[in-house]
Design a protein around this ligand. Sequence first.
Ligand SMILES: CC(C)(COP(=O)(O)OP(=O)(O)OC[C@H]1O[C@@H](n2cnc3c(N)ncnc32)[C@H](O)[C@@H]1OP(=O)(O)O)[C@@H](O)C(=O)NCCC(=O)NCCS
Length: 210
Amino acid sequence: MTRALSTPPVIPHGSLGGSPQPERGTPGGLEIRPWEDGDAPDFLAAYRDDEIRRWHTRRPSTETQVHGWFAACRRDWQREKGAHWAVARGGGSVLGRIALRGFDFDDGVADVAYWVVPGARGTGVASGALTVLTTWALREIGFHRLELDHSTRNAASCGVVTKCGYLLEGTKRSAAVHDGGRHDMHLHARVRDEGPVRSVMEGSLAGRTA
Ligand SMILES: CC(C)(COP(=O)(O)OP(=O)(O)OC[C@H]1O[C@@H](n2cnc3c(N)ncnc32)[C@H](O)[C@@H]1OP(=O)(O)O)[C@@H](O)C(=O)NCCC(=O)NCCS
């Protein structure tokens, strides 16, 4: 059904979901690709890590649940609701996850999400993947604004988004439930016309479409 809008959508509906979900690479040799069923053991293992459990309240506990999760990821893409990728290096095991969720094509807004497995942290995996995702979303797809919420107690996540040019806009008081109770949340956002961010420029040069 065609919706009567007084203003045209920022991104035309139907412009994304009919195409294959793209793959990308980073200057540091990371591969960003859609989840595959063979990633299920790595995905499940990641959610056994205390830090990932601490900051993600939705967690799979069996490989069957992971396969259901991957199927939902594929539906999200086809229905233009979100995009979910594995981050790996050289065809190896999964190092992390990067996602763009809550697609709002009318306003051109979406939110990002990520985690990195313990053994790969501190080596630029999250910031490298977020740089490439940001470039793709703002410059190729035409999103206008990307957001990330993180607990004010999650200093690592704050560092990742700040490094990628997502400005801190404020604190949402008592906005989310994590293990142990309610947390205040920082709201960060990167807006399309804020000018080049060095790491974003680097990511765009290295992009490749599958
Ligand atoms: C947050 C997380 C994704 C960071 O991944 P990462 O690949 O280690 O991050 P990067 O190496 O790209 O770090 C980018 C920047 O973040 C900051 N940072 C990373 N880890 C940090 C830490 N433990 N403490 C403080 N700052 C940190 C640094 O500023 C870093 O830049 P620098 O290396 O130039 O100093 C990872 O720690 C993780 O998966 N944590 C658990 C899950 C989670 O918190 N997800 C996000 C929920 S909102």
